[in-house]
Structure formats: C-alpha cells, structure tokens
Design a protein around this ligand. Structure first.
Ligand code: AMP
Ligand code: GLY
Length: 438
C-alpha cells in the first residue's frame, strides 16, 4: 500500500526528512509557516499554515487523506499537534504534548530524571520566585547554568563562568519575565548528541553528532539554534570512546522505559565531563542541524520505521553508511540577535551538488527557514540553508561542504567556516584528553 505522509515543519531538518522519504513508496504532503522550496519540490502538495494550530494541521491531514505524519519542530508538539493527529486517526511520529514535556518543560525534565533515577542528571533546583533564584546564584558554590523552563529556541540559557558572570546572571533572572527557571550545576566538557527513533518501547539509536551552538567562529557570541555539526564514519566522535557512546544509549533507554508510550525521536544532548557523561537536555524531535548529518547516512528506509511504529511491530534495525558528514548553515546577517529578514537568497543548487562530482563524496543542499515567493527565495529571521558534505573522513566531508558553499553563493549570509576543520576537531580531542587527565 502506498502511504500518504504528512510532514509538519519547513526547516532544514524537515527537508532532510522529506529527502529520506523521497525514494520510498510514499506520497508526501507538507505544511509549514514558510514555503521551503526544497520540501515543496519533493512533495505532492505544500500548504502554508500555522503548524502550532492543531485544527489547521488535522484539517490538512484529512484533506490529503494522510496515513502517517512526521512532526519536525518542537512548537507543534508542545501545542498538541501529535495528540490531534492521533485523535484524527493519523498516526503521528512525534510524542503527544504530555510526553514532549521532556523537552518543553526543563523543570519537569530534571524532576523526571531525579524521580526515575536516570543516570547523568546534574545538581539542580527549580524556581518560580526570581529573587529567591538570584539569592541561590549568589550563594551557590560554583558556576551555574540558568535555564528558563519553557521553550526559547535554545537561546534562553546563560552559563556563568562562560558567557556571563554571577552578577550578570542574578540581573538576568531578576529582570527577566520568565515564570519558572531551572538553576543547575555548570557542566564542563564536550557536548554531543545521540538521537533515537522510538516507538512501542523500542529504541533505535543513530550515530553521535556534535553541533556548534555559538554564533561565531571559535565558539564566540550568543547561542543559536545550531550553526553546523559533524559526525564520523563510526557511531562515536573522535573525542569519545565506545563506552561514552554506550553510556549515552543507556540514558536514552532508561528514559524511554520511564516515559511509557513515547513515540517519535528522542534526542539526548550530553556533556562528556571528567566524571563521565551528563545530560544537558532532551529534545522530543530530530535535532536541526543534526537530522542533516543522520538521515543522509541512514540506509534503512525511514518509511519502514514509521509503518512499523504505527503497526506496533518491531522497529527495523538501523543500518548506516560508514561515512562522515559535515553540515554548515548559512544564516542571515545579524542572526540570532538582530537577523535581517526579507533579503533575497540566490542559491545555485545544481552547482553546489555538482561540486562534489570530482571527489568520492557527496554534497547535499538543504533549504531551511527561507520563504519562496513568486519572485524569488527570501530570508526569514532564522537559518537560511545548509550544505552537507558526506565522505569517508570528517576532513574530506568538510572540504566538500566548503566547495559546495563556495559555488552555492553566500552573499548577505554568514557561515561558521571553522566547523569540522581539523584544527577544531583536534581541539575537542585535546580538551577531553585534558579533562580525563590522560
Ligand atoms: P539547552 O537549551 O538546554 O540546549 O541549552 C543550550 C546550551 O546551553 C547547551 O547546548 C549547552 O551548551 C549550554 N548548557 C545547558 N545546560 C548546561 C549546563 N548545565 N552546563 C553547561 N552548559 C549548559
Ligand atoms: N541542534 C540543537 C537542536 O536541534 O535543538
């Protein structure tokens, strides 16, 4: 039977999902607030709508007679879009709002970890009274991460001793209008992500990825949704060993056991510290950019995972091409603090893809939060497009990504060229070696 899949969301992550479904026996329909030209081209239909409006999404799902749905971003999950689709008889690969709280409510997330003895939980306290929070910061012996409990697109967290001083953190909480915040022990180490496909209590893990949250090269500037990311040809990253990866998998498995009924992607953000791995956060969806590292090397048909999940069958074992990937985002000038929306983006997609032809690798281009109008493609306030190099080594994949960027055209956009370069990867290895006192 041909499946009809509704894809919710219009970013780079969703373009990667669309491509992962493109070769399968599926008719694809998509909806998003922006018209993503890459997704629109792969889909039989594309509807511009507010994806946080459950009725709008289910109405479109019914119109196209969807048999499955994939919900990409967190905002629709928080708004109950998966609940509404499930209620309408369209199996949503994505958790219902209650289970998505593992991402959407950081206070819940930490209490949940404590209650269920999930390994890797840092010291934390939650606050509704911001004066009490400021006092706690003042008295705490050591550095802290200040985290608004609700969604902030990865941009609300402040870490003392890293981005700000304790005094600035106290001012930040006092002057904020956050209703609840989490204060937790500052974790020091190297971050990595492991994403798992989850349904019916089963967990299928994917290779580790390292994202780069800071806006500027050398890990300077404010946090962003992620400027780019890399993965290696194995399940681990060069600064990790197999045990670190397996510890992360244990955390994901323990979390799924405790969550009951979770379906969709469970994304673990980990810090490899001197004391082993700790959990920075969970997300209830694929990472963006991390999906663009993972899905291109997934050899197993993603559609088979979705149908098995829906049919309550055993999820297929995942197989991955033994390839490294490097993803680099082009973002509007001023992103993330003061992004310039409405600038025309001229991307030479064909040249970008062809740029890898003389190598053994592959160059992929993913459109993100751009909007295609009658007269061209325009920036929004978020990330514009990404290129991904796929090759045997991280170094080769990085070179392919750079070649693709050079021909795609990056006028008026900003890129962190350091991502995936040998220097930066070596710095990560040295950092962990030093932490471990080796
Ligand atoms: P989040 O929104 O939870 O992903 O946090 C954004 C970023 O803040 C993370 O990717 C980390 O770089 C940083 N961060 C969050 N929690 C901590 C922590 N406890 N210690 C150090 N850094 C943190
Ligand atoms: N890359 C970080 C995220 O998707 O939240």
């Amino acid at each position: 039977m041909t499946e009809t899949v509704l894809l919710v969301g219009g970013g780079g992550r969703e373009h990667a999902v669309a491509r992962a479904l493109a070769d399968s026996d599926a008719d694809l329909y998509a909806c998003a607030g922006n018209r993503n030209p890459g997704i629109a081209r792969l889909a039989d239909g594309f509807e511009s709508l507010d994806t946080t409006n459950p009725t709008a999404v289910t109405t479109y799902a019914r119109d196209v007679d969807a048999s499955l749905a994939v919900v990409g971003p967190e905002a629709p999950l928080a708004a109950g879009v998966a609940d509404a689709l499930d209620d309408a008889g369209v199996y949503a690969f994505g958790p219902q709002a209650e289970e998505a709280r593992i991402e959407t409510d950081k206070a819940f997330q930490r209490r949940f970890m404590r209650e269920h003895d999930i390994p890797g939980c840092p010291d934390f306290e939650t606050f509704e009274d911001m004066d009490a929070a400021a006092e706690y910061i003042d008295e705490y012996d050591g550095d802290l991460a200040v985290k608004p409990a609700g969604l902030t697109g990865g941009k609300g967290v402040r870490v003392t001793g890293d981005q700000i001083s304790k005094e600035e953190a106290m001012e930040y909480v006092r002057e904020s209008d956050y209703e609840r915040i989490v204060l937790e022990e500052r974790l020091v180490g190297e971050e990595f992500t492991v994403q798992a496909l989850v349904a019916n209590g089963q967990v299928r893990v994917t290779p580790a990825v390292q994202d780069h949250k800071r806006a500027f090269e050398g890990d300077e500037g404010p946090n962003t949704g992620g400027m780019g990311s890399y993965s290696d040809s194995t399940l681990e990253l060069p600064f990790m060993d197999e045990d670190d990866y397996l510890d992360a998998v244990d955390v994901l498995e323990a979390t799924v056991d405790a969550l009951e009924g979770y379906k969709g992607v469970l994304y673990g953000q980990f810090m490899l510290t001197a004391e082993g791995i700790k959990v920075v956060e969970f997300n209830a969806r694929f990472g963006d950019p991390e999906a663009m590292n993972t899905l291109p090397v997934l050899n197993t048909a993603f559609l088979d995972v979705l149908t098995a999940a829906r049919e309550d069958e055993s999820l297929p074992k995942l197989s991955f091409a033994p390839k490294a990937t490097v993803c680099k985002y082009a973002v509007p000038e001023g992103y993330p603090d003061d992004p310039e929306a409405g600038a025309e983006v001229k991307v030479d997609e064909e040249s970008a893809a062809a740029s890898a032809e003389s190598s053994d690798g592959e160059a992929l281009l993913y459109y993100a939060s751009v909007d295609e109008r009658d007269d061209g493609i325009y920036t929004t306030t978020s990330r514009s497009f990404a290129v991904v190099g796929v090759a045997d080594t991280i170094t080769e994949a990085e070179e392919i990504a750079e070649d693709a960027l050079a021909v795609a055209g990056e006028e008026g956009l900003r890129i962190r060229h350091d991502i995936g370069k040998p220097d930066l990867v070596q710095q990560r290895i040295d950092h962990v070696t030093k932490l471990r006192g080796e």
